[in-house]
Design a protein around this ligand. Structure first.
Ligand SMILES: Cc1ncc(COP(=O)(O)O)c(C=O)c1O
Length: 497
């Protein structure tokens, strides 16, 4: 208990007591004063010591659990989670030593065996790639530019493409100039270049919890401290975000305001405005990862933060990987003016420039209007899958006892098993039945027994969606029943209170 003796809660502060306590315990964990597997004090004991209601402790512990800092063991108490400081696969492999898929997962890959239905990958199937159009435009570029297409390119990006992107962005209400655009070799490189330019060892970065695994990996590779703030169905928990900003003074705040990966949640307009207000108030640099706002099936307002950023606080990252061809490795940043030089230097030392050939072909793609047709085609394909998926979830998952809400677009659906169930185990059971799901634990910065999992429609054909969801619902029902039966024979439950 001595570690908790120094905790002082200010009853006169406008900040809730549970929030104060949450932050103090989180700090103890981040500073290494509370170690992995350390047990937190029993609720009543800590409440008595701090002179507060037990509900304050329950709420603080609940928030710590939601953020992945602690986990609950029924009948035993609340414990500090393991950190993901190692390769994620190392941690999962301790639990599932023979599972090669888990070994691959944290490298963004998954092995698909024959007859498997994969809801795990959010990458489009290659039959959707517009290869014929690309071939025609590629030849046109080669005839027109000859060897110039293969020389070193301007690091900031091929100028005519940047001009085309200014027009493209104006259609989504982002008014910018060619000098603010930086071409990158995919959004992942964008995150990396931004980190290289701004993040030093021990700097803090705030992310949503859960968040995109590739971003976690990049920030960790810079030695950054990652503070995660839970995302709710209408966007990040704003109150907690502001508290975390005040406390940690982050170098960057990394957000996905539209169809967030992995949850599929989108921010309300109010929350988007509030983020910009916070950026202004605390002089923040916000990184907006827009990997999917194009696929908005049932939502009119998919405004980007960049489109409402009047003070130049948002770095906008655009990926085309989900709607075009990921192997092209092409994306772009829209930068606030004040940071051009830093980003340009970081990009130059990463790969000098993005492929000039690909940039030239993509430029023609945009200028000839072929892009518009392609996007409409992708929207049609994905919307059909999205609608089938929704119907199947309603038909087969309602009885299973799992929790979900429907996104209004995008490719990902997010689910929670009932309390105490581990989606990593469900992943193993589903794979035995030839269904691939993505366990949610890979999207959290702390290792805990995540109850969540993601299903994506990107690489499942319509005919397989119903088969897959029906089978998966059976696996889930069996999985929950099996675990419940096991619990019947377990030690008697000891309540925490
Ligand atoms: C949220 C998010 N950002 C960035 C990326 C990386 O995209 P790219 O292929 O453009 O590097 C992905 C890929 O899945 C993603 O989901």
């Amino acid at each position: 208990m001595e570690k908790y003796i120094g905790i002082q809660l200010d009853k006169n502060s406008p900040q809730h007591l549970y929030m104060q306590l949450f932050q103090k315990i989180r700090q103890l964990i981040m500073d290494g004063k509370l170690k992995e597997k350390d047990k937190l004090p029993p609720i009543r004991q800590l409440a008595n010591m701090l002179g507060v209601n037990t509900s304050t402790i329950v709420n603080a512990y609940g928030l710590l659990e939601k953020e992945g800092f602690v986990y609950k063991k029924i009948g035993s108490g609340t414990f500090v989670s393991e950190r993901h400081d190692n390769d994620l696969s190392d941690i999962l492999l301790q639990k599932y030593p023979l599972d090669e898929d888990i070994r691959l997962m944290d490298r963004g890959q998954i092995q698909i065996k024959e007859n498997m239905i994969s809801f795990a990958s959010a990458t489009p199937t290659t039959d959707l790639f517009p290869v014929e159009d690309f071939k025609i435009l590629l030849n046109e570029v080669l005839d027109r530019d000859k060897g110039d297409a293969f020389g070193y390119q301007e690091s900031q990006g091929y100028f005519p493409l940047r001009e085309a992107l200014v027009n493209y962005l104006a259609q989504s209400n982002i008014q910018t100039k060619t000098e603010n655009i930086q071409i990158i070799s995919g959004a992942q490189q964008g995150i990396d270049v931004i980190s290289k330019a701004f993040v030093d060892y021990n700097d803090t970065i705030i992310v949503e919890s859960p968040t995109y695994t590739g971003a976690i990996g990049t920030f960790k590779s810079r030695g950054a401290k990652i503070v995660s703030v839970p995302i709710l169905k209408d966007g990040i928990d704003i109150e907690l975000l502001e508290e975390s900003i005040k406390l940690y003074k982050p170098k960057l705040v990394y957000l996905m305001p539209n169809f967030q990966n992995p949850t599929g949640y989108s921010y309300s307009r109010e929350k988007k405005m509030k983020i910009i207000e916070l950026a202004k108030k605390y002089n923040l640099l916000i990184v907006e990862d827009d990997y999917l706002s194009d696929l908005s099936f049932y939502r009119d307002d998919h405004a980007t933060l960049k489109s409402i950023d009047e003070i130049g606080s948002v770095i906008y990252i655009k990926s085309f990987s989900k709607i075009f061809m990921p192997g092209l490795r092409l994306g772009f940043l829209v930068l606030p003016k004040k940071i051009h030089h830093k980003i340009l230097a970081a990009k130059h030392t990463s790969d000098i420039s993005t492929s000039g050939l690909n940039q030239r072909v993509f430029d023609l793609y945009l200028k000839k209007g072929i892009w518009k047709n392609h996007i409409q085609y992708m929207e049609k394909i994905y919307k059909e899958r999205f609608d089938i998926m929704k119907k199947c979830i309603e038909k087969y998952f309602t009885q299973t006892g799992i929790d979900y809400s429907f996104p209004q677009g995008g490719l990902n659906f997010w689910f929670s098993l009932p309390e105490g169930y581990d989606a990593n185990k469900l992943y193993v059971e589903a794979a035995k039945n030839n269904i691939l799901i993505l366990p949610g634990s890979i999207f959290f910065t702390c290792q805990n027994e995540s109850r969540c999992f993601r299903l994506s429609i990107a690489s499942v054909y319509p005919k397989d969606i119903e088969i897959g969801i029906r089978k998966l619902s059976q696996v889930i029902e069996k999985f929950i029943k099996k675990d419940t039966d096991k619990r019947k024979g377990a030690d008697p439950y000891t309540p925490l209170l």
